[in-house]
Design a protein around this ligand. Structure first.
Ligand code: NAD
Length: 259
């Protein structure tokens, strides 16, 4: 219960990793603002948080739009009476060959995965500074932020960019008592991987399920990652135990990519 009474905002909180992080931070004692483009899913998660005895609020926003991120943070502060932690988790996948990817595809994923994290850093950083308080900024990276994968080239580039933003923001904001870190999951069994596996099948002719199995078979700990595996590490990053860590993007992948 080390973050009891703190307020956390989680983007992409409607399902998958973001949902697990929101529930874990609530179990750790935080009140949580759930931000997503999908209203019905965040409403469901809000109900689950209420059952845990913590406060939850929902805000529909597209993280690629700066004005919507500003509104989400202001809603969080005015509704929950504080703002201490932001988890910039929302992101999208893209499976495409570098020889075929279109300007429209590149633009979309850069806006969500890179600008979405940048606006989260910017708006949260300004808010923490205006409140004259410490704060924690936590960003979704990936194994693909440490090593690029075939047919995931632009996705990998967005996650390398998240690592760059995490390092630069950590250096810019350290003197204000704001830490900035990222988490780098491996192969997590969410809808995102259902989409990746299907697209890999479409492009390579592999059977549906075969690409997911191939990647999972390569994990040293012998199983796919769960959203709760990721949430446990984010719980640490959000806690006072991580006060002396900043600018880092550790791998939490069951043993896939070694750095
Ligand atoms: P998911 O597709 O299951 O869930 C993503 C959530 O984000 C959804 O609720 C969706 O509605 C929301 N979202 C999408 N675009 C948004 C936008 N523009 N604004 C606000 N919300 C938006 O994905 P996931 O597997 O839970 O992944 C979460 C994060 O973790 C992503 O950043 C992803 O890149 C990263 N990640 C995932 C894996 C994995 O194996 N699943 C591995 C490494 C990193």
């Amino acid at each position: 219960m080390s973050i009891t009474g703190k307020v956390a905002l989680v983007t992409g909180a409607g399902q998958g990793i973001g949902r697990a992080i929101a529930l874990r931070l609530a179990r750790d004692g935080a009140d949580v603002a759930l931000v997503d483009i999908n209203a019905s899913k965040i409403n469901q998660v809000a109900g689950e948080i209420a059952e845990l005895g913590r406060k939850a609020t929902v805000f529909v926003a597209d993280v690629s739009q700066l004005d919507q991120v500003v509104a989400a943070v202001e809603h969080t502060y005015s509704t929950l009476g504080g703002f201490d932690i932001i988890v910039n988790n929302a992101g999208v996948a893209q499976v495409e060959s570098l020889l075929e990817v279109t300007p429209e595809q590149v633009d979309r994923i850069l806006r969500i995965n890179v600008q979405g994290v940048l606006w989260g850093i910017q708006v949260a950083g300004k808010k923490f500074k205006s409140l004259g308080q410490r704060g924690k900024i936590i960003n979704a990276c990936s194994i693909a932020g440490h090593e690029a994968f075939a047919l995931l080239g632009v996705y990998s580039a967005t996650k390398f960019a998240v690592r760059a933003l995490t390092q630069a923001a950590a250096k810019e904001l350290a003197s204000d008592g704001i830490t900035v870190n990222a988490y780098c999951p491996g192969v997590v069994g969410t809808d995102m991987w259902v989409e990746i596996d299907q697209r890999m099948a479409d492009i390579t002719g592999a059977e549906v399920g075969a690409t997911y199995k191939k990647y999972v078979d390569g994990i040293a700990l012998g199983r796919a990652e769960t959203p709760d595996d990721v949430a446990g590490f984010v719980s640490y990053l959000a806690s006072p135990d991580a006060d002396y860590m900043t600018g880092q993007a550790p791998l939490i992948d069951g043993g896939m990519v070694y750095r």
